[in-house]
Design a protein around this ligand. Structure first.
Ligand code: ZN
Length: 185
């Protein structure tokens, strides 16, 4: 089932998420719905708060990057209760976008390597060192679980330039390519 994606300025996108246990009600169905939702919107990552759940869960599927990054080993993963333990390596820029902030793409600087622990969908505890494009997508999704959005990393000047565009987005003035939900006061 495709779920509506919460759009910028929805307060749930700013809430800190909580850990879940393996008996979380409807977890497998939620994960399936998140994949349906992400594929429908042509995304490569989706965090639970983007569909209204303030829980520490995100998914990725990097298949669309396989042409540019043929070395990618796995593409599709589920991260439950993830914790980035270490971020290191050289800083690099990548042009990021977000399904919750349609029509805006901006270069964001992040470190190139992470060490992360998480549980997979079967609640196996996993510890991994990841770099490159996979680390980049994980860092972006992980931020969502802390209520952080990629535009938070932009300079004040850049944000001023984007301000008007952000206002139209929160008022629903963007091309509607997938089901979405605006914040109604
Ligand atoms: Zn995002």
């Amino acid at each position: 089932m495709i779920l509506p994606i919460l759009i910028y300025n929805h307060p749930i996108l700013r809430k800190k998420c909580i850990d879940i246990k393996n008996d979380y009600d409807g977890l497998n169905q939620l994960i399936k719905n998140m994949f349906d939702t992400m594929y429908n919107a042509n995304g490569v990552g989706l965090a639970a708060p983007q569909v209204g759940f303030s829980i520490n869960l995100f998914i990725i599927d990097l298949s669309p990057f396989l042409n540019d990054y043929p070395d990618l080993k796995t593409t599709k993963k589920v991260f439950i209760n993830p914790e980035i333990k270490i971020e290191k390596g050289e800083e690099w820029q990548f042009n990021e976008g977000c399904l919750s902030i349609p029509e805006i793409r901006e270069d964001v600087t992040r470190k190139s390597e992470i060490k992360i622990t998480y549980f997979d969908q079967n609640f196996n505890m996993i510890e991994e060192s990841i770099d490159g494009i996979e680390a980049r997508v994980i860092q972006h999704e992980y931020n969502h679980l802390r209520g952080v959005l990629f535009i938070d990393f932009l300079s004040g000047a850049r944000k001023n330039v984007l301000n008007r565009k952000l206002k139209s987005i929160m008022n629903g003035k963007f091309e509607k390519n997938y089901p979405y939900q605006l914040f109604q006061k």
